[in-house]
Ligand binder design. Structure first.
Ligand code: ADP
Length: 444
């Protein structure tokens, strides 16, 4: 501050010099005192003018956008301008840093797979990320400052919002257009503000529902043969049976036991398929070798009641899990034989597609399947005719296993059928899993 003192003396000096000059000139005119007063006033006026001009330039700069440097002024105004500019720039840098931090923070929340929405104390929307906006059908900018209950009207949500107590239990509301399910959790923050976290739980709920259905179905499938078995056990324990009757009851008991065994076997197969990695593309095996086994099983099952024909192609090799593909093809052939009436025809044909992939088709001249059932056939326990399925030892899981196996090998199961005309179940494998062994032999 002390260095400012000499500068503060400048106006005094100017007034003093003016007075001296005035006194000197006054002496010439004969009024030295009047001259010195007038000289002093002139000096003071000159200083005030210079000072006001400087202050004016500083004020002009202050009223501008402040993007330029402060005006280069000597004296106090110049110093004041410089200090103001320095303080201003440092504040600007701080704001810039804050802004960057905020932008980073918001982009991180924006990148979140869950929805985030901020509500003020009046439940008006302060900010929302894109996910929350999409899930709740809001516009991320236009709907800011809107009361959230005007836009999200699901009663469960409105009730949760009015209940000011913080809860860790999310509410579930229907998704946009009534489709899907959105879970919404409200958490308090700041002073009366609230954070709304949203999550699309449609898939999770569907999976849960499927799991519940599956457990219910399995329990039902197991309970039926168990009830029958329990009845037979009671009969055998309580009633005196002839040898013939005993044999009949034991045969029926054996059938029920087999039914449970088949069911448990298929359930284990499904669990294995779901829990294991995809079959390797390197393990090759001959298709006709698998074919021979399928053929002999089919002939045994048919017992000569059907016309069966098999074509496994020429020297074809398939890469993947031999056991899985054997069980998939066997399942299709087994179904064809079971559902096709006596004297019907079951044909297995193999055709290499133009893209190098392989189609293994199982055709039958059985009853066919109505179009509305076809898309659901691969659902677990879905049966068109439950009694026919059970009577012939079906578990209702065969086609889901086939579909799983085909997909695990990068292929698919295609079904086409017409009532009264028969059915065509085709396993399509991709080119990468098919080769001709002769060709391979030539290459090596
Ligand atoms: P299931 O053990 O009951 O045969 P699948 O999953 O193998 O179970 O088949 C599901 C349903 O598809 C069967 O219950 C049956 O109604 C129908 N289905 C399967 N294959 C045929 C076929 N070749 N002809 C007619 N219906 C079939």
């Amino acid at each position: 501050m002390f260095w400012l003192v000499p500068r503060a003396l400048v106006p005094m000096l100017l007034v003093g010099l003016g007075a001296l000059l005035g006194a000197w000139l006054g002496r010439v005119w004969g009024w030295p005192v009047v001259g010195s007063v007038l000289g002093g006033m002139a000096g003071s006026a000159a200083w005030t003018l210079v000072d006001t001009l400087r202050a004016g330039r500083l004020m002009q700069w202050l009223s501008s956008s402040l993007s330029t440097a402060s005006p280069a002024l000597v004296g106090l105004w110049g110093e004041a301008g410089l200090r103001m500019e320095r303080a201003l720039r440092s504040r600007e840098r701080e704001i810039q840093r804050e802004q960057e931090r905020l932008t980073q923070f918001l982009s991180a929340i924006e990148a979140s797979p869950n929805g985030v929405l901020l509500l003020d104390v009046n439940d008006q929307i302060l900010w929302t990320n894109r996910v929350a906006a999409d899930q709740l059908g809001l516009h991320p900018q236009r709907d800011l400052q809107q009361r959230v209950t005007n836009l999200v009207r699901a009663p469960a949500f409105v009730a949760a919002l009015h209940e000011r107590e913080a809860s860790m239990t999310p509410v579930q509301i229907p998704g946009l257009g009534g489709r899907g399910l959105i879970s919404v959790l409200l958490r308090p923050y700041g002073e009366g503000q609230r954070l709304m976290l949203t999550q699309d739980v449609t898939e999770r709920e569907r999976a849960d529902a499927m799991r519940r259905d599956f457990v219910a179905n399995v329990s039902h499938e197991i309970r039926t043969p168990l009830t029958v078995l329990a009845g037979f056990v009671e009969t055998m324990a309580g009633l005196p049976l002839s040898d013939e009757e005993r044999r009949r009851v034991l045969t029926l008991m054996g059938q029920q036991t087999q039914r449970m065994q088949a069911l448990v076997g298929d359930l284990l197969t499904l669990a294995r398929l779901e829990g294991s990695p995809k079959p390797a593309v390197e393990s090759w095996w001959r298709l006709d070798r698998v074919g021979r086994q399928v053929e002999s099983d089919a002939r045994a099952l048919s017992g000569g009641r059907h016309q069966l024909s098999f074509d496994w192609g020429v020297d074809l090799e398939v890469a993947g899990n031999e056991g899985e593909l054997l069980s998939a093809v066997a399942n299709l052939v087994n179904n064809a034989v079971r559902y096709t009436p006596e004297q019907g025809r079951v044909t297995v044909s193999t055709q290499q597609r133009e893209d190098g992939g392989l189609d293994i088709a199982v055709l039958d001249t059985g009853p066919g399947i109505a179009a509305e059932h076809v898309p659901r056939l691969t659902e677990r326990f879905y049966r068109v005719d439950s009694s026919r399925s059970r009577d012939t030892g079906g578990t209702g899981l065969g086609l889901s296993i086939v579909k799983h196996v085909a997909q695990r090998h990068g292929g698919e199961l295609r079904i086409s059928s017409e009532v009264g005309q028969g059915s065509n179940f085709t396993i399509s494998l991709p080119a990468i899993r098919v080769r001709q062994c002769e060709l391979q032999a030539q290459i090596h």
